[in-house]
Ligand binder design. Structure first.
Ligand SMILES: Cc1ncc(COP(=O)(O)O)c(C=O)c1O
Length: 350
């Protein structure tokens, strides 16, 4: 059976052009990256910094590692950091900020990632108080995974920047899917990144690389991040072999391909709405569709049912299921998935 895997954009495999890039490598194109001598990684980091509009960039093993080294580079142990309450950084990074960074996480609520600045100002008003650990960093996530791949507009990022400047904080963006945000609004990615001090973005999600993420910021920040990457075991040697895929991933044409994924997510939402079951199906902004079932429905039964039909998705909690569209999923796959999901829904709601 042809399996339509909509669990995550992390399941993507490299494109033919990426394999060609790998085949074009020889020993002259790789070296010891901990010594800064891997020409392919150096090229990738330069290319990434340019595209993202920052002075320098660093290749890291994963998004989780990229976020951690960014946090470590901006803070000191004992500092407090402001993190959105449903962010990946808070929910899914195994408390690395606390356990490795010695940081105290203060969560803030938000409307799809956009906070109330009055509330934030209340939190930071005691920042000069000697009885409290200083708050030194504010983190945001764009697109926002748990709200369903929603986009935080550049104007909101500008407000975050104003808030952080007013309060002498640094601003870190978990931009695992920042290119999805840029493509969705038809804006250059720098319209988003110009407002932040640092960004992490993933090569291994919609951009379809097998491994790796990028951290970017000022030269001074990246010097620190490079040391912290070593500290957390991320100093690799002839890593140009895996990083080479990133050179293809950062071509404009490949970035713009994300539009296809967004279109497929919309098609999926439309298709599922046609069935007219009591499920909440929002209009996806990018490549993530999160649908919400009524209280009485057992979502695990739905996930098991569609799996048997050859469609994979994740249940993100007791009531919600996440579908993610990505490279390798075609329009035909989406039509077939709708049909198969329909079979299960009909059986569940009959
Ligand atoms: C928003 C967000 N940030 C960070 C990460 C971490 O990336 P990685 O899985 O490469 O560690 C993910 C992964 O799913 C994510 O969705």
């Amino acid at each position: 059976m042809n399996v339509i895997d909509l669990r995550s954009d992390t399941v993507t495999k490299p494109s033919p052009a990426m394999w060609n890039m790998l085949r074009s490598l020889d020993n002259s194109k790789i070296g010891d990256d901990v010594l800064g001598e891997d020409p392919t990684i150096n090229e990738l980091e330069e290319k990434a910094a340019k595209i993202i509009g920052k002075e320098a960039a660093l290749y890291v093993t994963s998004g989780t590692q990229g976020n951690l080294v960014s946090l470590l580079s901006h803070t000191h142990p004992g500092d407090q950091i402001l993190v959105e309450e449903l962010s990946h950084l808070y929910m899914n990074e195994v408390e690395s900020a606390t356990r490795i960074g010695g940081l105290m996480i203060r969560t803030y609520p938000s409307n799809k990632g956009v906070p109330s600045f009055e509330h934030l100002q209340e939190i930071t008003q005691n920042n000069e108080d000697t009885n409290e650990h200083p708050i030194t960093l504010f983190c945001t996530e764009n697109t926002h995974n748990y709200y369903g791949g929603t986009v935080i507009k550049p104007s909101h990022l500008a407000n975050m920047k104003k808030f952080t400047e007013r309060n002498n904080l640094k601003l870190h963006l978990d931009g695992a899917r920042i290119f999805n945000a840029a493509v969705a609004l038809g804006l250059p990615v720098t319209e988003f990144t110009k407002h932040v001090d640092s960004i992490m973005f993933c090569l291994s999600k919609g951009l379809s690389c097998p491994v790796g993420s990028i951290v970017a910021g000022s030269k001074q920040f990246i010097l620190k991040a490079r040391k912290f990457r070593k500290m957390v075991g991320g100093g690799m040697r002839q890593a140009g072999i895996i990083a080479s895929f990133g050179l293809v991933a950062l071509e404009q044409e490949w970035i713009q391909r994300l539009k296809e994924d967004h279109y497929h997510a919309k098609l999926l939402a439309e298709g599922l709405r046609q069935f007219d079951f009591p499920i909440s199906i929002p209009e996806p902004e990018t490549n993530i569709l999160i649908i919400t079932f009524p209280e009485k429905v057992r979502v695990s039964k739905f996930i098991g049912g569609i799996r048997k039909e050859g469609v994979l998705a994740f249940n993100i909690d007791k009531h919600r299921v996440r579908f993610v569209t990505h490279y390798g999923i075609t329009k035909e796959d989406i039509h077939l998935a709708i049909k198969k999901i329909g079979i299960i829904l009909k059986a569940m709601f009959k």
